[in-house]
Design a protein around this ligand. Structure first.
Ligand code: GLN
Length: 190
């Protein structure tokens, strides 16, 4: 049972995730050390700038501890830059990723012309996610999913929410809407 959710608080959209999670009735704390990580049952890796967050993970010496907890089954949700950091590799930029999900991330995949937009999930989204409106901000795409990866939702045919066991990655920002269903999926992860 998830009682306390950590938010990796190096940079990015920490407060909006906190607000969403507290609204769902769980305790929330910031994660900036191995000790902080030990104290939580699940983790959110927020959007922001993946290169900056990756440098912070390195500076804090957190990479191995994160990989170990995730491999041991800790539920984790990475959103946007957080999703990039969960990937196996980044196709178009040298980012030190955690390699927790068997996908390739493509940074800023929607180009600079369309920095930000909102769009509903396609009709084939997993049950419970119907009509979820996704907010994209300089969003990545996740490609080449391995056999263990389930696509939970697409927008315009492109995967935007994926799950591999305890690891969930969203290329959009569920914390920037009032719709808490993606966070509820994290809290329901066994
Ligand atoms: N473009 C950012 C990156 O590549 C991600 C944007 C976001 O998290 N909103 O890190």
């Amino acid at each position: 049972m998830i009682e306390r959710v950590g938010i990796l608080a190096i940079q990015g959209d920490v407060e909006a995730h906190r607000h969403m999670l507290e609204g769902l009735g769980v305790a929330v704390s910031e994660v900036l050390s191995e000790r902080d990580l030990d104290a939580v049952d699940a983790l959110v890796m927020p959007g922001g700038e993946s290169t900056t967050i990756a440098k912070g993970i390195d500076r804090l010496g957190l990479q191995k501890a994160l990989q170990k907890r995730i491999a041991a089954g800790m539920p984790v949700l990475g959103t946007c830059a957080g999703a990039i950091l969960l990937a196996r590799e980044v196709e178009n930029h040298p980012v030190a990723v955690l390699g927790a999900m068997d996908v390739t991330a493509v940074r800023n995949a929607y180009g600079t012309q369309v920095d930000s937009f909102a769009a509903p999930m396609d009709d084939d989204a997993a049950p419970g996610l119907e009509d979820f409106r996704c907010v994209f901000i300089r969003a990545p795409q996740l490609t080449n999913p391995g056999p263990g990866v389930d696509v939970l939702a697409r927008v315009d045919g492109k995967p935007v929410l994926m799950r591999q066991g305890n690891v969930m990655a969203a290329t959009f920002h569920p914390e920037l809407t009032s719709d808490s269903r993606v966070h509820e999926l994290l809290l329901a992860t066994q």
